[in-house]
Design a protein. Structure first.
Length: 172
């Protein structure tokens, strides 16, 4: 298993990973293209190409030459980075791939001298919230957006807090 920087040529495979990994939560919450057209379960190659064009970086996890997971990194301002589109194919979930991708992004953000990594998740996805908390992310606030059919919970990971190194074995 290895993690590498993705390129725009990976866009079709990235979109497929993101769509596939997010289908179950979309079904569970009754999300569809009419009520939440920008949910990751409807991700297209065009979305990924647009991300690359505006400077977002993607990292992918490969196993035996197959892309099985990804995470996106965006840095809109000094000191701040966003963790976006973390996704692992269902058949590969539960193997630590998501954790490795998050750790890779944290290491990358530290090297870029960022202070905070921010994420937004579906507030009702308690399992995902708990998973991020185990990794060291702290919940900040929940917001309602008119264009979304769910509330968004914002969380952050401090890169300057020496106590926030993630759980034991985080990078292994």
């Amino acid at each position: 298993m290895s993690i590498r920087t993705a390129s725009p040529a990976d866009a079709p495979r990235l979109a497929k990973i993101i769509r596939t990994a997010n289908k179950a939560i979309a079904r569970k919450l009754g999300l569809n293209q009419e009520n939440t057209p920008k949910h990751p379960s409807f991700c297209t190659q065009d979305w990924i190409v647009a991300d690359f064009e505006r400077g977002e970086r993607y990292f992918v996890c490969e196993t035996d030459g197959e892309l099985v997971g990804c995470v996106a990194y965006e840095s809109p301002e000094k000191g701040l980075a966003f963790l976006n589109r973390l996704a692992v194919l269902p058949d590969f979930q539960g193997r630590g791939i998501g954790k490795r991708l998050v750790f890779h992004l944290i290491t990358y953000a530290r090297a870029e001298k960022k202070q905070i990594i921010s994420i937004g998740i579906i507030a009702a996805n308690h399992a995902l919230r708990n998973w991020y908390e185990i990794l060291g992310f702290v919940p900040l606030e929940t917001k309602t957006f008119e264009h979304l059919s769910f509330d968004v919970l914002f969380m952050q990971y401090s890169l300057v807090d020496s106590k926030n190194q993630g759980p034991a074995g985080f990078g292994e």
